[in-house]
Design a protein around this ligand. Structure first.
Ligand code: IMP
Ligand code: MG
Length: 188
């Protein structure tokens, strides 16, 4: 990353929780963990990124994955507009791509209550996936329900509302290169 963009354009971010350098290093480890599980499988691998939050994570992760793979994007909306209160996940676009008879790895930015992943897992199973696993960049511990297994986790974080590296508040800050916390007063 060039020096000029390292700090990003967002004076609204009060502090960086996880830097882009830390994320990059962890993604190398995650890619190896994922490759260990899927290498040598007969059926193909499809990654199903959950838009829009997973956009940056999946772009970086797949370039570190030494595996043949396909993508099946899906779009789920959980926090519509200027809110930090989750709404029931609304499927805006169902997975577009090959899931039937394939190993499906759902990729999302963060596991909070687990309702988004629960919904996408069910869609993958209904579409005939051979296996369904999940990878998230962030997990808020204590909130992940036992019926929503997540096999690959980048970082466990405290129960804070975070932005950057694909995560948004009111659809802003996805382009902030690190994971950070907004200044007080910007969110309800
Ligand atoms: P869950 O369905 O409650 O697990 O929430 C997952 C979705 O909510 C994620 O894919 C995010 O889009 C969004 N989300 C949850 N926590 C945060 C946060 O701290 N910042 C931004 N988005 C979040
Ligand atoms: Mg999301």
């Amino acid at each position: 990353m060039c020096d000029e963009c390292r700090d990003g354009p967002h004076a609204d971010v009060e502090r960086v929780l996880i830097s882009s350098e830390q994320i990059d290093a962890r993604l190398c480890g995650m890619a190896l963990e994922i490759a260990d599980v899927y290498a040598g499988q007969d059926a193909g691998l499809t990654l199903a990124p959950v838009m829009s939050g997973a956009i940056v994570f999946v772009a970086d992760l797949i370039r570190k994955l030494p595996l043949k793979m396909k993508l099946a994007m899906t779009h789920v909306s959980t926090y519509p507009g200027a809110t930090t209160q989750a709404h029931p996940p609304r499927v805006v676009v169902e997975p577009v791509g090959d899931l039937a008879g394939r190993h499906v790895l759902i990729v999302d930015d963060i596991l909070d209550s687990g309702s988004t992943l629960r919904r996408v897992r069910a869609m993958a199973q209904e579409r005939g996936a051979l296996s369904v696993r999940s990878a998230v960049l962030l997990r808020k511990p204590g909130k992940a329900p036992p019926d929503v297994p997540v096999e690959f986790v980048g970082f466990d974080i405290d129960d804070l509302f975070v932005v950057g590296y694909g995560l948004d508040y009111d659809d802003h800050y996805r382009n902030f290169p690190h994971v950070g916390v907004l200044r007080a007063g910007l969110m309800p």
